[in-house]
Design a protein around this ligand. Sequence first.
Ligand SMILES: [Zn+2]
Length: 426
Amino acid sequence: MENKKTVVYVILDAFRWDYIDEKNTPFLFELTKKSVYAKKLKSSTGFTQRTAMFTGIAPSESDVFTVFYRDPDNSPFKFLHKKSAKLVKLVEKMTRLPHHFFCKLNKLVRDSLIQSNGFRRCRFPIVANIPLNILPQLSLSEDQERGLWYPGSLGKIETLFDVLYKEDKNVSYLMYPIEFCGTTEKVMEGARRYVDDQDDLYLFQFNDSDDLVHFCGVNTQRRRDICRDVDSGLKQLVDLFESKFDDVSLVIIGDHGMSDVHKSLDVERDIKSIAKKNKLCLGKDFLYFLDSTMLRIWWLNNKAKEAFTSLYNKPLYKENGEWVNDELAEKYSIPGPGAKYGDMIWWVNQGVMIEPCFFHPTKNPVKAMHGYKSDYEDMKGFALCRVEGVSPKQIEECTLYDICPTICDAVGVRYPNMNKAKSLLK
Ligand SMILES: [Zn+2]
């Protein structure tokens, strides 16, 4: 059986370009010398890196930008509306009480009620701490009807998976949000289970460099230890494939960087006080969303518009971030403000964190974050590509979009129809 060729694609989540060195990541360090190595990788802006890396286009073109957007008609969480609004409100209040018991209740309610109901229409919604009364207004941009790795998942926009399917290639998708992504143990469990399928492409994701570094910070010994563990996990994975295949091509990336947080801001307080003062009702007059690095507000009528646009001139927002306008959106290749992603989008400066936000629990403060402007050095990942017959070389910088055609070249298939990026192998 050992005569086949395969490609192993590995995402080291939030693995910043400068984490690689001889001492902490010896395996990766050696690999960079044998590969086409892009020292830095500029990520896409927003929170939908997978769409960028599997289509080769920017959020402005795919219109896939943040995980959640406003779409009450097609929300997979619509069923929450049908249940008694009063009951939802009561559960929402209870699950937010600080006692240990209520924290457990919160998780239980979300895991069982929402995840299982939402699951019927959309795969694996991460509803985190999004208020239950907001959820029925929201839809998911990725993995909606079915996972991104299913053919046809983005409609007219062709993905890498559409191409692989059309060209009869076999794929094992074992990265986010599949259960085998995460720790080395999880990744290896998936790898051992599927390695003998002899597929043309395997996709894996190590998450500790994201999940754990959020809570310890970048400039710490703990972070270096985490990187060392990820590096040795990666070695185990590559060793396994090299023992089962004659020819293993590798594409390994850090999909974005990470930056230490030095300031957190409670902007929800402002939203609530404006709403109260103007007698605006959440869900009926306006909607807001707290991504960790973005505040997004939708006006559902003129009264709300008038009230919330007062924030444009508030010094706190000018000093700690920028309001996204069409010019800024164009610069970072993201959709501009509007009905889908928010009529007002405030984007924080590097090192600032919106707290509370809908994703990270306030009781365990975050020490490092990503989702800042993609051209900050701290926000950059790396990429390397080791393919038989391709000479090693080092380039200064590539983009996340370039990964799409690179994987295509490594597997030997054509590029998705919208791809605009350049392969590292050409
Ligand atoms: Zn993260």
